[in-house]
Write a protein of this length. Structure first.
Length: 203
C-alpha cells in the first residue's frame, strides 16, 4: 500500500497533512537525531529534553513519520540515540534507555501495520504490546484507545499472538483461553469473538 493509500484510509487529505505537519515539523521529525549526534549530550538540559520527548511523544513521532512516509527513519534514529547513551551510562537515566529499547522493539514488530496506517500506532500496535514493557506502562494511560479496548482487554486471558490483515482493515488476537478476537483496524473496536478449541494459535 502506498503512503497516499494509507492517508486516504486514515481520512486525511494532502491539504490537511500540509497544514498540520508543516515543513519545519517534518524536518525535525526526520533529522533531529542528526543534530543530537553532534550536540553536547552530557548537558543536563538536553538530556532532560530527550527524556521528556521519549516519555511523552514517542507514539506521536511514529504517527507523524508514518503520515509523511518516513517511518524507516525511526529505526536508525533510535539505534543512534541508544548507541550514544551507552557511552554515558553513568549519567543516563536507566528508564530512558529502557524506553528507547522498548520503542525500538515496538516499531520493529509493528512497522508494517503502522506504515500502512498511522492510526494503527494506537489502535492495534500499542494495545497488544507486552504489558510489562515500560513503553506500554508509560503510554497506555494516555492512549486514545484505552477506554475503547480496555473493556475487552482488561478482564480477558493473556494474548498469545496478534496478526494483521494485509489491507490493515482487521487484526486478530489469539488468547491462551483458545479464543480468537477480530478487531477493527479503523477504530480498534471488537468485531467478533471465535472459539478455537484445541487449535494452536499462531500469527
Amino acid at each position: 500500500m502506498s503512503n497516499a493509500d494509507g492517508l486516504k484510509k486514515d481520512g486525511i487529505t494532502d491539504v490537511q497533512l500540509q497544514e498540520k505537519i508543516p515543513q519545519h515539523l517534518r524536518y525535525a521529525c526526520i533529522y533531529w537525531v542528526n543534530h543530537f549526534e553532534v550536540a553536547n549530550i552530557e548537558g543536563t538540559e538536553l538530556m532532560n529534553g530527550l527524556e521528556k520527548f521519549v516519555d511523552e511523544h514517542t507514539l506521536h513521532w511514529f504517527e507523524v513519520l508514518s503520515l509523511i512516509g518516513n517511518l524507516d527513519s525511526a529505526h536508525r534514529a533510535i539505534r543512534a540515540v541508544i548507541k550514544l547513551l551507552v557511552q554515558l551510562q553513568k549519567s543516563t537515566s536507566s528508564d530512558l534507555h529502557q524506553l528507547l529499547s522498548d520503542a525500538l522493539r515496538f516499531i520493529s514488530k509493528s512497522y508494517a501495520v503502522i506504515n500502512r496506517s498511522a492510526l494503527h500506532t494506537y489502535y492495534s500496535a500499542l494495545p497488544f504490546s507486552p504489558t510489562s514493557s515500560l513503553l506500554y506502562l508509560e503510554l497506555w494511560e494516555t492512549s486514545p484507545t484505552k477506554r475503547r479496548i480496555a473493556s475487552h482487554k482488561g478482564d480477558s486471558h493473556r494474548v498469545s499472538t496478534v496478526g494483521f490483515a494485509h489491507d490493515g482493515r482487521l487484526f486478530a488476537s489469539g488468547s491462551v483461553d483458545e479464543t480468537i478476537k477480530l478487531w477493527s483496524g479503523g477504530d480498534g473496536s471488537l468485531q467478533v469473538t471465535l472459539k478455537a478449541s484445541g487449535a494452536k494459535l499462531e500469527a
